[in-house]
Design a protein. Sequence first.
Length: 319
Amino acid sequence: MPHTESTVAMDAGYAIDVHGLNKYFGDKHVVKDLSLQVEYGQIMGFLGPNGSGKTTAIRMLCGLLTPDSGEGSCLGYDIRTQPEAIKSRIGYMTQRFSYWEDLTIRENLEFIARIYELAHRKHLVDEALEKLGLSTRSSQLARELSGGWKQRLALAACTIHSPDLLLLDEPTAGVDPSARRDFWDELHALSSRGISVLISTHYMDEAQRCHSLAYLAYGSLLAHGSAEEIIAQQHLHTLHITGAHLSTLEHTLRETDGIAQTVMYGNDLHVSSLDPLALERSVTAHLTSGQSATPIPTSLEDTFIYLMQHSEDNFDAID
């Protein structure tokens, strides 16, 4: 798979531009009429519950799966007819560590460089090790690495051939907060150099760091835009309640007409409704001594909980 300079014009359309993608596994409609655009240099967060079709969608975007219907392009290449061209220009990180645990960090990167038939392999490997802080560990076996260091190795491996697009499938699952922060700093550095990123995640702090978001539930795209746009699209109004016996209040409000959602956050309770007047009436009617309610902006986490609760799981979890 020889490496060549990108032939994609960065001002010509989108890094990802797909319309009406569908994928079935037997009688399961796993991805339904997916239309999605990702701009060059943009980090898009791909969110949704387990089994929502995110992984299947990512595999169609990078040419690993052929859609049953629909069309589109990735980096200017047709996802149906030019999958090999797409594969040579992307970096793909799977949910699970997928490199060779009996090889050292350096050996893993050297092997990947050979697969891509890269020139000046030693220089590129040295550069990748240096960029991701792996130089002092280059002789360590991959199986001896912690989750955070395996993540760095995986990112080095999928960027060594200078891709234009990264497709990252829950790359930070199980990684400690410090390692996740370092990982995201590197993603933003890559984005600033014009590299596009599509990343699936369940972490709301990571979603907040994306330029735009797409929320997929059980195969269907329910929301698409910036965090602020997605929050505004749901038209939720939220009260922040503090005080004692909030579990009792939460149970009562959950069964009250006009209340769309109740969510406990430790010692606090968030209650949301599409009707601000009904929200205030219902909450005020059930507050007890020592409890107080304050209007707050609806958070991204409250919004995604609402989207997940109001989406229909009409097939077994396949992702």
